[in-house]
Design a binder for this molecule. Structure first.
Ligand SMILES: Cc1cc2nc3c(=O)[nH]c(=O)nc-3n(C[C@H](O)[C@H](O)[C@H](O)COP(=O)(O)OP(=O)(O)OC[C@H]3O[C@@H](n4cnc5c(N)ncnc54)[C@H](O)[C@@H]3O)c2cc1C
Ligand code: FES
Length: 256
């Protein structure tokens, strides 16, 4: 059951164009706060905006004391979040959702992480935990432009990193899908729907592959159905709630 937590902000700093790094102190049960799970954050102290904003866990230090969240301050709620300072208290529902299946890749095997834009953050925590288990990490990170690139060095500390930008101002000029090779065992991805669809189209259904969806959410706890997505299984006629049955799904399990 997710708990309502009041967390203390340790830092909230801009690290790229509209991208902020939020650090939250607390006592995190590392088994519960696993990579892929998310927080539902109340961005202001007033009733507006009423809806919380879902944000992935980008990292938690190995002592379980400091959590990092990266977010794009581009809408009403996230702009209010960017006004918060060290020492402020943040109202957070967490942990929510299901985690990435880490045992889908074995020590000695290779995990390919593919992140697009603000879908990059949860893959960092996943990659760090997989590397600790002896998994080899390769990452492909896609952004619109050089000014949007973040966490390149952090991913480089895990293994090989390839960057693509849509306008060609940094790294490969084009899409993350241009950079995918066959030299990996398990794929994990998170990013915009168009990117996830393109990955679904080129990755065989026989391969171990998982995606995390960043749908719009309201309650975040399975009650309102604002976040539903359709299963590709013809025998499953019900909708999946991304907040409770996800946000992580097998790559080919959801009709995007
Ligand atoms: C599991 C998950 C993890 C995510 N992780 C991250 C992350 O790590 N970093 C990041 O930057 N972003 C992340 N996102 C995306 C992020 O939640 C949205 O970008 C953010 O909510 C936008 O808020 P805003 O205040 O900037 O925009 P606004 O446009 O002000 O608000 C958008 C939000 O309002 C709500 N909303 C508005 N209209 C409707 C409607 N018609 N129906 C239902 N809801 C509505 C939704 O909660 C929506 O998310 C994640 C999303 C999900 C689902
Ligand atoms: S956000 Fe309410 S059911 Fe998922």
């Amino acid at each position: 059951m997710p708990a309502k937590n009041l967390l203390t902000i340790k830092a909230n700093q801009q690290i790229a164009d509209k991208i902020y790094k939020l650090e939250l102190s607390g006592n995190y049960d590392l088994a519960e706060f696993a990579p892929g799970k998310f927080l539902h954050i109340k961005c202001s102290d007033s009733i507006e905006p009423m809806l919380r904003r879902p944000m992935s866990i980008c990292d938690i230090d190995d002592a379980g004391k400091l959590m990092t969240v990266l977010y794009r301050a581009d809408g009403k709620g996230t702009k209010l979040l960017s006004d918060k300072h060290a020492g402020d208290i943040l109202d957070v529902l967490a942990p929510l959702g299901i985690e990435f299946p880490q045992d889908a890749v074995k020590p000695g095997q290779t995990a390919l992480l593919i992140g697009g834009g603000i879908g990059v953050p949860p893959l960092y925590y996943l990659g760090r935990k997989l590397k600790q288990r002896g998994v080899k990490i390769k990452s492909i990170l896609g952004f619109n432009s050089a000014k949007d690139v973040f966490y390149e060095d952090d991913f480089k500390s895990l293994g090989e990193v390839k960057i693509s930008t849509m306008d060609g101002t940094y790294g490969h000029h084009g899409l993350v899908t241009d950079l995918i090779d066959q030299d990996w065992d398990t794929l994990y991805t998170c990013g915009p729907t168009a990117m996830l669809k393109a990955i679904q189209n080129i990755i065989s259904k026989d391969k171990a592959a998982y995606m995390s969806l960043e749908e719009r959410m309201a309650c975040g706890i399975g009650a309102c159905l604002a976040c539903v997505c359709k299963s590709t299984d013809p025998n499953n006629t019900s909708y999946n709630r991304v907040c409770t049955e996800g946000p992580v799904f097998p790559l080919h399990a959801v009709n995007l």
